[in-house]
Write a protein that binds this ligand. Structure first.
Ligand code: IPD
Ligand code: CA
Ligand code: CA
Length: 278
């Protein structure tokens, strides 16, 4: 049942935190770091190990379920969401932070049935906070109920975003142009913390009003989308339409007003889809 799954993933996240905390104390020179799609798209041995641990543990309990994991996808497994129960896993979100021991690193596990996100768990490995949500049952941080910001005035908003792996001049120009537009709106501030999942958790907790990103993946948003919605927020496409998990685009906000405002400011950056459609 779903509650069994939820309990399992919670205890899994906690036990993972123990192994990750050990890795976190390892110095940069001792971490085995390599790159994937681009020189700035980093991966460590720990990313693969954590994903293997999560998938093997869950597969033993739920042999018929499907899995989408960042490292399995990087190794060539198809990233397609079907109607079957599917776990969507980012074993280490914020790998660049992890490599530098910058304290914003998380494990993210989402679960979907019939393409609908049912629950999400995000574990902040450095400070031990556990964000959880189940559709229709609220969102929590270490058991305390989460509530998004009620701010509707953009001039009082704190906005979060992430850069993504593409760093060609044109992409960077659009990225900076979007930030400039928001900063000169003016909003209170724009922040980049290096972990999409934790940034999204800050929207759920009301610490910031909106998040937008081009180039994130389904495993960056699956768990967080449930957590934000259950905290009363909205998660949509950068075009203003409904979220498409595979589209690599998102706007999340405490209020529809703020989300709509952000949507209007953004110039799009195009990324290929996670499910490899053109
Ligand atoms: C990345 C981080 C980063 C964001 C990228 C993500 P990873 O995840 O969340 O902040 O800009 O889009 O892919 O590679 O550390 O799991
Ligand atoms: Ca990752
Ligand atoms: Ca990630």
């Amino acid at each position: 049942s779903l509650s069994v799954s939820l309990c399992l993933s919670l205890s899994l996240s906690v036990s993972l935190s123990v192994s990750l905390s050990v890795s976190l104390s390892v110095s940069l020179s001792e971490k085995s770091v390599s790159s994937k799609s681009t020189p700035t798209d980093l991966v460590t041995e720990a990313d693969q190990q954590v994903e293997d641990l999560i998938i093997s543990t869950l597969r033993e309990r739920f042999p018929s379920h499907r899995f989408i994991g960042e490292e399995s996808s990087a190794a060539g497994e198809k990233c397609v969401l079907t109607d079957n129960p599917t776990w969507i896993i980012d074993p280490i979100d914020g790998t660049c932070n992890f490599v530098h021991s910058f304290p914003m690193v998380a494990v993210s596990i989402g679960f979907a049935v019939k393409k609908e996100l049912e629950f999400g768990v995000i574990y902040h490995c450095f400070d031990g906070t556990l964000y959880t949500a189940r559709r229709g049952h609220g969102a929590f941080c270490n058991g305390v109920r989460l509530q998004v910001s009620k701010e509707k005035d953009m001039s009082k908003a704190l906005i979060l975003t992430e850069i993504g792996a593409k760093r060609d001049p044109n992409t960077l120009d659009i990225f900076l142009g979007n930030m400039k537009k928001l900063l000169s709106a003016p909003v209170h501030g724009v922040r980049i913390i290096g972990s999409s999942t934790l940034a999204l958790c800050h929207i759920a907790s009301g610490a910031a009003e909106a998040y937008y990103q081009y180039g994130l993946h389904c495993w960056d948003i699956a768990a967080a989308a449930v957590i934000i919605r259950e905290a009363g927020g909205c998660v949509i496409d950068t075009t203003g339409g409904p979220l498409d998990l595979m589209s690599r685009r998102v706007v999340a906000a405490g209020s529809q007003e703020i989300a709509d405002y952000v949507v209007q400011q953004l110039q799009p950056i195009s990324y290929g889809r996670d499910d490899h459609d053109p």
